[in-house]
Write a protein of this length. Structure first.
Length: 90
């Protein structure tokens, strides 16, 4: 995928994933805010995070698939706990 066209395909509200077919962890809130090559992604139970467009692996079916290896540690941790409130006893 040509990276410079990625932001044109992504729309606010698309669901965010770290693997195709995996569980969604949040949604796109902003695309290229201020013209910067990044996304603002809302992560369930953690809030908003800025993600570089270079971390986008795929965009299809109103989904954005991100490369976990290109995400910062704090965001990876938040993604790992995105569904904690849904678990019994949480």
């Amino acid at each position: 995928m040509e990276k410079y066209h990625v932001q044109e395909k992504i729309k606010v509200g698309f669901q965010a994933f770290v693997s195709d077919g995996g569980e969604e962890f949040g949604a796109v809130r902003q695309v290229s805010p201020g013209g910067r090559p990044e996304l603002v992604i809302y992560v369930e139970n953690a809030g908003d995070f800025t993600v570089p467009l270079s971390a986008v692996e795929a965009v299809h079916s109103e989904k954005v698939v991100l490369s976990c290896a290109k995400l910062d540690r704090k965001l990876r941790h938040a993604i790992g706990h995105a569904h904690d409130a849904e678990k019994p006893g949480a």
